[in-house]
Design a protein around this ligand. Structure first.
Ligand code: 8ID
Ligand code: ZN
Length: 347
């Protein structure tokens, strides 16, 4: 049976205390499902949200989190695509209108009416969370819920970004922030898609992780004398694609310099107040592209989960308790997390 109250991680104002608090269990509307969240990944976006880093306000008080994996325990009377007991995932994109120009073309994340989990609506750092049924991710019963959780943002996002890069099998893709949550998955999706992943990140732990997950070459930005030259040398002329997954703006401009002529730089990481710039003459003569990529739509979601369900990507997780979120943010801030932390939200 569904309890009346539950435990959640809540903050009342940006950078305010992260409190482990008892709050009511929400009731799903007609087009919504209630998910008993078993595990939630912690994405760097959750940290940006708590800091108030971006020019978009969060709801307050806020329950963060948008990589929630759990079990459907209630459904509104219009819901036809989930049954009680099914596995379902809370994604960043909690809902969208499905009728605007962008939704109709598959650009659901670009919908002006998008609802964002753990940002404009309460997310997965609680035991029971609401999702619009049409956007909730269907998760096969064969999946481990702790492992699949990070696929719901990190996995979908990097898979979509790799498609956006238009890199083809056999080509190099350089992954900036390769040892982090998004990066550790990007290396593996890239490999599974027949690409040749090169990782850039800092420190021996991340170097070892990237190599273990299939990275062909690793550049340590804390040790390299010249990151741009190192990539140009290894790729003999530049990387066909670059995924910028770092939460820092530092490496953005370098990526435009080591991308191969006719190649594509994909911008994914969202450091506050950042700019990316490219010298116009060089940009034109080398005919490079810079593209933004923002999570993924429902089809990208199904495809990204399918790669995981078929065992093509492993999720390097460390499991912690829900109430330990503040300590996880501190480690994330310092760049100390290799892979992803997943919080245990319910038994
Ligand atoms: O849809 C989107 N566009 C989307 C989806 C999800 C997340 C965007 N994001 C954004 C987040 O908001 C965040 O800004 O992507 C960024 C990365 O999220 P994450 O993977 O969850 O963060 P992380 O686990 O902290 O990993 C970041 C990695 O970047 C490395 C760090 O060492 C860490 O491993 N890094 C840094 I900071 N500076 C670097 C540098 N100069 C660097 N790696 C290479 N060079
Ligand atoms: Zn995320």
């Amino acid at each position: 049976s569904i309890p009346k109250t539950q435990m959640a991680m809540v903050f009342d104002k940006p950078n305010g205390p992260l409190e482990y608090r008892e709050i009511p269990v929400p009731t799903p509307g007609p087009d919504e499902i209630l998910i008993n969240v078993k595990y939630s990944g912690v994405c760097h976006t959750d940290l940006h949200a708590w800091h108030g880093d971006w020019p978009l306000d969060t709801k307050l008080p806020l329950v963060g989190g948008h990589e929630g994996a759990g079990v459907v325990v209630a459904a509104g009377n219009q819901v036809t695509n989930f049954q009680i007991g099914d596995y379902a995932g809370i994604k960043w994109l909690n809902g969208s209108c499905l009728s605007c120009e962008f939704c109709k073309r598959g650009g659901e994340p670009n919908c002006a009416g998008a609802l964002l989990s753990g940002y404009t609506v309460d997310g997965s750092f609680q035991q029971y969370a609401i999702a619009k049924a049409i956007h909730a991710a269907p998760i096969p019963k064969s999946c481990d819920l702790a492992q699949v959780a990070p696929i719901l943002c990190a996995g979908i996002t990097v898979y979509k970004a790799l498609k956006t890069s238009e890199a083809r099998p056999g080509e190099f893709v350089t992954i900036v922030g390769a040892g982090g949550g998004l990066g550790s998955l990007a290396v593996q999706y890239a490999k599974a898609m027949g690409l040749r992943p090169i990782g850039i990140d800092g420190g021996d732990e991340k170097a070892a992780l990237v190599k273990k997950l299939g990275g062909e070459y690793f550049v340590d930005f804390t040790k390299s004398k010249d990151v741009v030259q190192e990539v140009l040398d290894y790729t003999e002329g530049g990387s066909h694609a670059v995924l910028n997954l770092s939460a820092s703006s530092g490496p953005l401009n370098a990526s435009v310099k080591y991308v191969r002529p006719m190649g594509t730089v994909v911008v994914v990481g969202l450091p506050p107040d950042a700019q990316i710039s490219s010298d116009v003459f060089t940009h034109v003569i080398r005919s490079v592209s810079i593209k933004g990529s923002y999570v993924g739509n429902r089809a990208d979601t199904d495809e990204a989960i399918d790669f995981f369900a078929r065992g093509l990507v492993q999720v390097p997780i460390q499991v912690r308790e829900l109430k330990d979120l503040a300590a996880v943010y501190e480690a994330m801030e310092q760049g100390k997390i290799a892979g992803r932390v997943v919080l245990k939200c319910s038994d």
